[in-house]
Ligand binder design. Structure first.
Ligand code: LMR
Length: 399
């Protein structure tokens, strides 16, 4: 009797972030604190449907007449709206095209596959530290992740000199993955000038930039967050951008993302688009429509757009307040450097000097959940417990 094929597989460890989410849900202790997976939480610890999204959904349910296929690019209005969010206006249609994807991960995967189609097995350079799913996606596609230094762990700031030094080893055609605003996991972003200098490096090395934007609007604002990215895109002939609407529209489970392709010429854009369509056809055939339609509905309506951007602004303000309160509380526990870093960082995440053993102790002794990397989701902090959370965390900080 031949051995059944699936019995050769060994079980894999759980995904570092999704495993944490399951463990938190199973924890029955009161006053548990979830600083793990990057989802926004309000003051009640909820991740509500945004009011603008709810209204868009109401209109969609009432007005929808068919659910027939839309084609591999998805909703053209959604694609155009995301292009405007990224470029700050309509980009050059000869050079830019985009595809709706199942979430930001779908866009990342499609972008990497596109690079892989241009040059098989191409290395993908990514920041150290990075979002653990970046190397995971690259490896799953048979591509090799390479690291470039990013974070000065002593100060918690992005170290552009270290970035430039490491990117000297990039070879022509390599993919350089750069995170847009609100770097995950560090919360430390490059300045607009550094984005400009990075464009120069990518140009000089002949690299293909892949910019991952998953937290647009959660840093300093919708336009302010995109300054560096826009300067970068204006300076390079070609780039791939993955965009996620999970966090800034709160559409997590609707899997609403977009891949933007900027090519040097119309012919190159056209050819790249045929590859993207063919790859998408093999993977998911057509992207899910509901989240895209909600985003397109919001961004086509001035009042709904304002409602959405106001809601986003209040999410951003809440995160900033939590950053300040938590940074001060860490400083009050004698952790001034970590506290100052948390206050200065942007978006949902900060990376604290905490090792896996420290994170484990926090979970066992205080029901505080964070990945072993020391990354925290600031939006998961609970205002009334900030002082005690900071005390517990200060006790395991290693530097
Ligand atoms: C995170 O980094 O926590 C989020 O992007 C959620 C995820 O899918 O990992």
């Amino acid at each position: 009797m031949p051995r059944p094929m699936l019995s050769v597989l060994d079980a894999l460890p759980p995904d570092p972030l999704l495993g944490l989410m399951a463990a938190f849900r199973a924890d029955e202790r009161a006053n548990k604190t979830d600083l793990g997976v990057g989802v926004y939480k309000d003051e009640n610890g909820e991740t509500p449907v945004m009011a603008a999204v709810r209204e868009a959904e109401r209109r969609l349910v009432e007005g929808q007449t068919t659910k027939v296929y839309q084609g591999p690019r998805g909703d053209a209005d959604f694609c155009a709206a995301v292009e405007r969010l990224v470029y700050g206006g309509d980009p050059d249609a000869d050079r830019v095209t985009s595809f709706a994807t199942p979430g930001g991960c779908g866009a990342l995967s499609l972008g990497m596959r596109l690079a892989n189609a241009a040059r098989k097995g191409v290395p993908v350079w990514m920041s150290d530290p990075c979002w653990p799913n970046h190397p995971h996606v690259a490896r799953a596609l048979g591509m090799t992740p390479r690291d470039y230094a990013y974070l000065d762990r002593a100060t918690g700031r992005a170290d552009f000199q270290a970035v430039s030094d490491d990117l000297k080893d990039v070879m022509s055609g390599d993919v350089v993955l750069i995170q847009g605003p609100c770097h995950n996991p560090s919360g430390s972003d490059l300045t607009t000038e550094e984005w400009g200098a990075l464009a120069g490096i990518c140009l000089a090395r002949g690299a293909l930039p892949l910019i991952d934007i998953a937290y647009h609007g959660l840093g300093d604002g919708l336009d302010a967050d995109m300054e560096g990215v826009r300067a970068f895109l204006a300076a390079v002939p070609e780039a791939i951008v993955s965009y996620s609407c999970s966090k800034n529209f709160g559409l997590y489970r609707e899997r609403t993302g977009c891949l933007l392709i900027q090519a040097e010429t119309a012919a190159a854009r056209e050819a790249a688009a045929t590859h993207a369509a063919s790859i998408a056809r093999a993977d998911w055939s057509m992207p899910p429509a509901h989240g895209q339609a909600a985003v397109a509905t919001i961004l086509a309506d001035e009042a709904l757009t304002k409602q959405w951007s106001d809601e986003l602004a209040s999410m951003r303000a809440r995160i900033l307040d939590l950053r300040t309160a938590f940074g001060d509380a860490l400083a009050a526990e004698g952790r001034e450097t970590a506290g100052a870093a948390v206050t200065a960082q942007k978006g949902m995440f900060s990376m604290l000097p905490i090792d896996a053993a420290g994170a484990e102790r926090l979970r066992a002794e205080h029901a505080i959940y964070m990945p072993g990397s020391g990354r925290i989701n600031v939006a998961g902090l609970v205002s009334e417990r900030i002082a005690e959370t900071a005390k517990a965390i200060a006790g395991v900080i290693t530097a």
